[in-house]
Design a protein around this ligand. Structure first.
Ligand SMILES: Cc1cc2nc3c(=O)[nH]c(=O)nc-3n(C[C@H](O)[C@H](O)[C@H](O)COP(=O)(O)OP(=O)(O)OC[C@H]3O[C@@H](n4cnc5c(N)ncnc54)[C@H](O)[C@@H]3O)c2cc1C
Ligand SMILES: NC(=O)c1ccc[n+]([C@@H]2O[C@H](COP(=O)([O-])OP(=O)(O)OC[C@H]3O[C@@H](n4cnc5c(N)ncnc54)[C@H](O)[C@@H]3O)[C@@H](O)[C@H]2O)c1
Length: 481
């Protein structure tokens, strides 16, 4: 027994994974599938943020919203969907997609792939060693993969921490619709949650300190989404920050003071201003790293700030390369292959651009869909990003509403597309679509960008008529003139 009374056991595995979100699950699976022994440590629920407070519940809230909105613009069925959403049914659907916040299903999956689970907070205790809740000690022969993800940031606004604000966790799991909701932040979480809760009946005010929404995308994406949110009744206030917050009594109204003067009173306040790494209580100091920092990694996801590091990896949100589930899982496949190859003594890894052991897509081809109404979907570089990176580029644009497939999809379809072309290589560096249903169009663009398909070959990739994909033809025609 240890001094604290916990039973001490020492166990050795080839690979220790800390954090059983989508990323950690995939690293462990890759290592185990390659014949290494792997163990995974999880302090909350197997499945991570994505399954319980992020992708799954948010998309389950949003799907009825976009489905109704689109159906309302299809002649012949608009009357059938004229009524309000069935709030109880939407929330129940959300609860089911969050597995009722129970991780039994994901635990069964771990069991089925043969990876043991250790529940508790994992902390490094020197090189290749992880201690779980101060008791069980795990040693790694080859690698420790930190896959601990991120949490919502609360900005240092006076009174905020005491005012019980919502973060993305409460916004995706709330059991009832707030009467009045103020949202701070015009990024992805702010936009998606404004879309969902407004459609469910909340009175929503969206406060954005910059000039527009979705600032990481092409400007037209945020503009179209902003117009649509305004039409849905969301009060959007740009150029507006928050100076102070107060909630006099628990459960009572919250008052939000604005830097433009005046204040807003609401029932709930959602802070959607970005993420911080979950590295503050991870024992990073025991190996010479700084608690609370994002982990800096190379393209194999091996931590770079550690001298002579041949064992520590940072995969998924925690490395801040691309805070998306699919990118975390992609990194897990790449890092998994790299750590297996190193464990097997493979002398040279394929770390060149697009090599089997290099997460190249993190730099060149990250796809993202914002599930707003309309959807915004982008991959690769925006025009501004491509120019900043020094590429010689040309952007071509197309009106999605003018495509026959889009006109059939919904009456009065509004949407836009942009393709950013590398003029030196005549390949596509980035594509952005905004419009109903464009999320399912995005992978065509991801293929074009990641495969660096020459435009002269894309000309032979014929989109079926009459689909929204014909926008590719319009973009190529606009480029060729
Ligand atoms: C509201 C919202 C909606 C989103 N929607 C989408 C979307 O539609 N599509 C998309 O691609 N991405 C989406 N994201 C982003 C996505 O949720 C993250 O990119 C993804 O969850 C990252 O996966 P991860 O495994 O790296 O980390 P996480 O999912 O955060 O998992 C990390 C796990 O590690 C555990 N952990 C942390 N510290 C320790 C420790 N010391 N010991 C043991 N365990 C520990 C945590 O409990 C957690 O289970 C969304 C995010 C938010 C906030
Ligand atoms: N559909 C999806 O793919 C999806 C959905 C939700 C979240 N996510 C991921 O989750 C991550 C977090 O999303 P997010 O919306 O919290 O972050 P974000 O970085 O997308 O947006 C945060 C916004 O808040 C603003 N902001 C920052 N500090 C502020 C302050 N003090 N006051 C006012 N505004 C402030 C920023 O300028 C930015 O526009 C994103 O990186 C995103 O990739 C993805």
């Amino acid at each position: 027994m240890s001094a604290s009374g916990a039973t001490r056991t020492d166990e050795t595995y080839d690979v220790i994974v800390v954090g059983a979100g989508p990323t950690g699950e995939n690293v462990a699976d890759r290592a185990h599938a390659a014949g290494l022994s792997a163990v995974i440590v999880e302090s909350e629920r197997v499945g991570g943020e994505c399954s319980y407070w992020a992708c799954m519940p948010s998309k389950a809230l949003l799907r009825p919203v976009t489905a109704r909105s689109e159906a309302r613009r299809v002649p012949g069925i608009e009357d059938a969907v004229a009524g309000p959403l069935d709030t109880a049914a939407v929330l129940a659907h959300r609860d089911a997609f969050a597995s009722h916040w129970k991780d039994d299903g994901q635990v069964r999956w771990l069991e089925s792939v043969g990876v043991p689970l250790v529940r508790g907070q994992g902390r490094l205790a020197g090189p290749r060693t992880v201690v779980v809740d101060g008791g069980r000690t795990l040693h790694a022969r080859h690698a420790v993969a930190l896959c601990t993800g991120s949490r919502a940031v609360l900005p240092p606004i006076p009174g905020l921490a005491d005012a019980a604000p919502w973060t993305s966790r409460e916004a995706t799991s709330a059991a009832s619709v707030p009467g009045r909701l103020v949202i701070v932040g015009g990024g992805v979480v702010g936009v998606e949650m404004a879309t969902a809760w407004r459609a469910l009946g909340a009175s929503v005010t969206l406060l954005v300190r910059g000039e527009g929404l979705l600032p990481r995308m092409e400007p037209f994406a945020g503009q179209l989404v902003a117009e649509s949110l305004a039409e849905a009744g969301v009060l959007l206030r740009t150029g507006t920050g928050v100076t102070r917050v107060r909630r006099e009594a628990p459960g009572g109204p919250v008052t939000v003071e604005l830097d433009t003067g005046g204040e807003i009173v609401a029932d709930e306040l959602l802070i959607a201003t970005g993420r911080a790494p979950r590295t503050d209580d991870l024992g990073l100091e025991t190996v010479g790293l700084t608690p609370g920092d994002w982990l800096t990694v190379d393209d194999t996801c091996r931590v770079t700030d550690l001298p002579d590091n041949d064992w520590l990896y940072g995969v998924g949100d925690v490395n801040h390369r691309a805070l998306l589930t699919h990118q975390g899982k992609y990194q897990a496949r790449i890092a998994g292959a790299a750590l297996v190859a190193r464990a097997q003594g493979v002398p040279l890894l394929e770390t060149d651009r697009w090599g089997a052991h290099a997460a190249t897509a993190d730099h060149a081809a990250v796809p993202q869909v914002v599930f707003s109404d309309p959807e915004a979907a982008a991959v690769g570089l925006s025009l501004a990003e491509a120019e900043r990176a020094g590429h010689r580029v040309r952007a071509v644009d197309a009106d999605l509403g003018a495509v026959a497939g889009a006109a059939l999809y919904a009456d009065g379809y509004r949407g836009h597309a942009r393709m950013v072309v590398d003029l030196d290589r005549e390949t596509v560096l980035g594509v952005t679509f905004v419009g109903p249903g464009v999320g399912e169009l995005l992978h065509s663009a991801t293929l074009a960008v990641a495969a660096e398909i020459p435009l002269e070959r894309l000309w032979h990739a014929v989109p079926a008529y009459p689909t929204i994909s014909e926008v590719w033809l319009r973009l190529l025609e606009a480029y060729r003139g």
